[in-house]
Design a protein around this ligand. Structure first.
Ligand code: F6P
Length: 541
C-alpha cells in the first residue's frame, strides 16, 4: 500500500471512531479521576499535559496503530541515520547532527565540530576586543542580515535568552527587503564598531543580497576602505563562491551544508548571533538541550514519545475535527517570537499537496499556525477561541520559574495560562449562564435575552507544556520538540517536510516582475498583475 492509501484508510477508521464520539471533555474528566496523570509525559526537562484532548485509550490506540502501519519508528531511525529522506532534493535532513554531544562519530559531525571551533574562536576575538574595525576599535554591534530560517531562529533565541546577553554586544536583525528595516537599524549604529553577518544558506536570496549590498555601501560611506570591509563582514553560507564574490574573506565564511534545511538551521553557524550575544557556552547549552530532546525522540516508545504524541493529536484534529489551524500560546514575554519561528517551521514544512511519490493527496495537510505571547492574546483573539465557531487546538507553554524578579506577576501569569485552558475545556452551559444572570438579579426577560450570548461552548482541546526554566538548555529542548513534531506530522501525512517548492515559484516570479519595471510588460500576464505593475511601479521609471 502507498503512504497515501495507508493515510486514507487510517483517516476513515479515525473518522468512524469520531462519529461514535459522544463524550465531552467535562465527562472524560468526571469519569477518569487520574486522567491528567495518565495523559502526561515528561522529557528533557519539559512536561506535557495532553489530558485536555478528545482522547481516550481507544483513540490513542487507533492513532498508534496508524503510526505502526507507516513504520514511524523506522522513519525516525532514518532521520537520525542520515537516509535521503528529503527525496525531492535527494538529501538527508541532518539537523540533529548539528547538536551532537561528545566526540564526533562521522564526517557530518566532524564538519560540525570544525565549524563550532571556528565559531568559538570568532566569539573569543569579538568578546575580547581583539577583532578591530576599520578605525582600530572593537566591535559592539552585530547586524545579522538574513531571512526565513536565517533570521527567525536566532532572532527568537536571542530575545528569549535576554538574561544571558552580554553588556558589551548588541545584536540586531534585518530581514525585510523594505529598506526601512535596514535604514532604521543602522540609523543609531556607529559603523566603526559594527559587524555584519550575511546569513544565507544559498547566498542568492533577494532580500539578503540587497540588504547586504546596501550595508556594504553604508560602511564605505562611513569611511571604511574597500580593503577594510573584511573587518566588518562575515558570512554563513553553503555557497562559499558566492560569498567570496560578494567580497567576504574566505576565512570569515562559516560553512553550512545542503543536509541542513534553512528552517532547521539555528543550530548551525546560523546561530552565530546567539553565540555572540550570549556567549559561546550559552549557545553550546542550547545545543545540549536540543540533543536531550533528540535522544528522547529517538528512543522513547511511540506511546510515550512527546513529539509523536503531539503530532498524532494534531493529525486527529486535522483529519477528523476540521481543525484548519493551531494556536500556540507561550505564556512568557521572552518567547514572543516563538510563534513566528514556528510558523516557518511548520507551514513551510507541511504546506504541501503532493505525497512523497508525487501523487496528489486527497486529505488536508498543513494547517495555519498562529498565536502570540500570553497574556496579551487574551485581550485580542482569545474571544474567537472561546466562542468562535471553529475548533482550534491550542498549545499553552508555561514556564515554571519566574523570568523576572516580579514573582507575584509570575503567579498571575501562570494563573492566566491555566485559567484559559480550563475555560476552553469547561465553557459555560446555557443553564449555567441563566443561573448566573438570575443570581445577578436580572429579570426573567433579560435572562432569556442575554443567556444565549453568555454560552461558551467549551469542549475545546489544548495541550499544556511546562518548561521548568527559560534557560538555554530547556529552550533547546522546546525547539527540538517542535521540530520533531513537525517531522512526524510529515510522516503521518506521507509528504516530504523538507522541501519548499512553492516558495521557489514566488521567488522566480518576483524576479520577472522586477525585470519588467520600466520595460515591456508581457502581453500574456493577467490584467490585474499588469495593472498593479503600472500603478505601483510606473513612478520608478
Ligand atoms: O523562504 C524560503 C527560504 O528558502 C527558506 O526556506 C529559507 O530559510 C529562506 O528562504 C532563506 O534562505 P537562505 O538562507 O538561502 O537565504
Amino acid at each position: 500500500m502507498t503512504s497515501e492509501s495507508l493515510a486514507v484508510s487510517a483517516i476513515a477508521r479515525l473518522q468512524a471512531h469520531q462519529q461514535q464520539h459522544k463524550w465531552s471533555l467535562r465527562e472524560l474528566f468526571a469519569t477518569q479521576a487520574d486522567r491528567a496523570v495518565q495523559f502526561s509525559t515528561a522529557a528533557a526537562g519539559l512536561q506535557l499535559d495532553y489530558s485536555k484532548n478528545h482522547l481516550r485509550d481507544d483513540t490513542l490506540q487507533l492513532l498508534l496503530e496508524y503510526a505502526a502501519e507507516i513504520d514511524l519508528s523506522q522513519q525516525i531511525a532514518d532521520l537520525f541515520a542520515g537516509a535521503n529522506i528529503n527525496n525531492t532534493e535527494h538529501r538527508p535532513a541532518l539537523h540533529t547532527a548539528l547538536r551532537f554531544q561528545g566526540e564526533p562519530r562521522n564526517e557530518h559531525e566532524q564538519a560540525v565540530a570544525a565549524c563550532r571551533g571556528q565559531m568559538r574562536r570568532f566569539c573569543e576575538q569579538i568578546h575580547s576586543g581583539s577583532w578591530h574595525g576599520f578605525t582600530g576599535k572593537p566591535i559592539h554591534h552585530i547586524v545579522n542580515i538574513g531571512i526565513g530560517g536565517s533570521d527567525l531562529g536566532p532572532r527568537m533565541v536571542v530575545e528569549a535568552l535576554r538574561p544571558w546577553q552580554r553588556d558589551d554586544i548588541r545584536v540586531h536583525f534585518v530581514a525585510n527587503i523594505d529598506g526601512a528595516d535596514l535604514s532604521d537599524t543602522l540609523a543609531a549604529l556607529p559603523a566603526e564598531n559594527t559587524l555584519f553577518i550575511v546569513a544565507s544558506k544559498s547566498f542568492s536570496t533577494l532580500e539578503t543580497r540587497q540588504n547586504a549590498l546596501s550595508a556594504r555601501q553604508w560602511m564605505l560611506e562611513a569611511g571604511c576602505s574597500d580593503k577594510d570591509l573584511a573587518k566588518h563582514f562575515v558570512a554563513v553560507s553553503s555557497n562559499i563562491v558566492a560569498a567570496q564574490d560578494f567580497g567576504i574573506a574566505a576565512e570569515n565564511i562559516f560553512p553550512m551544508w545542503d543536509w541542513v534545511g534553512g528552517r532547521y538551521s539555528l543550530w548551525s553557524a546560523i546561530g552565530l548571533p546567539i553565540a555572540l550575544a550570549c556567549g559561546y557556552d550559552t549557545y553550546a547549552q542550547l545545543l545540549a538541550g536540543a540533543n536531550d530532546m533528540d535522544r528522547h525522540f529517538a528512543s522513547a516508545p511511540l506511546a510515550d514519545n512527546m513529539p509523536v504524541l503531539m503530532a498524532l493529536l494534531h493529525f486527529w484534529y486535522r483529519q477528523c475535527w476540521g481543525a484548519s489551524s493551531q494556536v500556540v500560546l507561550p505564556y512568557a514575554q521572552r518567547l514572543a517570537k516563538f510563534p513566528a519561528w514556528l510558523q516557518q517551521l511548520d507551514m513551510e514544512s507541511l504546506g504541501k499537496s503532493a505525497a512523497r511519490d508525487g501523487q496528489p493527496v486527497d486529505y488536508p495537510t498543513g494547517s495555519v499556525i498562529w498565536g502570540t505571547e500570553g497574556s496579551n492574546g487574551q485581550h485580542s483573539f482569545h474571544q474567537l477561541l472561546h466562542q468562535g465557531t471553529d475548533l482550534i487546538p491550542a498549545d499553552f507553554i508555561a514556564v515554571k520559574q519566574p523570568t523576572s524578579k516580579l514573582v507575584e506577576q509570575h503567579q498571575w501569569l501562570l494563573a492566566c495560562c491555566i485559567s484559559q485552558s480550563q475555560a476552553l475545556l469547561r465553557g459555560k452551559t446555557l443553564h449555567e449562564a441563566r443561573e448566573e444572570l438570575e443570581q445577578q438579579g436580572h429579570t426573567h426577560r433579560e435572562v432569556h435575552a442575554l443567556a444565549p450570548h453568555k454560552v461558551v461552548p467549551g469542549n475545546r482541546p489544548s495541550n499544556t507544556l511546562i518548561v521548568e526554566k527559560l534557560d538555554p538548555q530547556h529552550l533547546g529542548a522546546l525547539l527540538a520538540l517542535y521540530e520533531h513534531k513537525v517531522f512526524v506530522g510529515g510522516c503521518l501525512l506521507g509528504i516530504n517536510p523538507f522541501d519548499q517548492w512553492g516558495v521557489e515559484l514566488g521567488k522566480l516570479l518576483g524576479a520577472g516582475i522586477h525585470a519588467a519595471i520600466g520595460g515591456e510588460v508581457p502581453e500574456d500576464w493577467d490584467g490585474s498583475t499588469r495593472n498593479l505593475l503600472q500603478q505601483l511601479l510606473a513612478t520608478n521609471d
